[in-house]
Design a protein around this ligand. Sequence first.
Ligand code: GTP
Ligand code: MG
Length: 202
Amino acid sequence: MEINDACFLISSTDVKKCPKPDKPEFAFIGRSNVGKSSLINMLTRKKSLAKISGKPGKTRLINHFLVNNEWYLVDLPGYGYAKIALNERLKWERFIREYILKRRNLYNLFVLIDSRHEPQKNDLNFMEWLGINQIPFSIVFTKSDKLKPEELDQNLKLYEQQMLIRWETMPVYFISSSITGAGRTEILDYIGNINSESQVKF
Ligand code: GTP
Ligand code: MG
């Protein structure tokens, strides 16, 4: 699948204010600073479609983009950023959970994991929660340009080992870099296939 057109639609503070759920939706989530907004810009080949920052916690709202006039792409706020006041963090987490559970046109959630880091409890717990709630998801290991190929392999093996403690099989995963464009074709083809196989007509 190729992206011919992508535009920003709306930032929402409330699930009720999101666009009408009339198209397939694909959302990107993960810890603050993992590279969600950068990945969205890489996929759409638009440098500043989603706002990027060196400071974690940049994306605070649910941001909807319309792609090819066919599907929604969503940039979600990062979770697990410790420097935000606890009550605000809890508020966001509730808001994200509500979005995930209530958004009935959500076809797939991409959970982003920094490929440099060891498996983190809050990511593992989050994916377990998705499993319990039967939310379809896949993993994107980001910032692969920052590792040597053998380091990347090593980290992926370690991650798979950790996942297999809780899961029968490793979920579908991708390896990406917003610098080199790695993973772009694979992720877009995956979205394209889900869209073409989908029986749901909005
Ligand atoms: P929040 O909105 O704060 O949750 O962050 P985010 O997950 O949207 O991350 P963002 O895309 O803003 O990127 C955070 C930082 O990581 C920025 O400095 C990016 O330039 C950098 N970054 C993101 N992706 C990559 C990548 O693939 N490779 C490298 N080298 N740097 C990246
Ligand atoms: Mg962001």
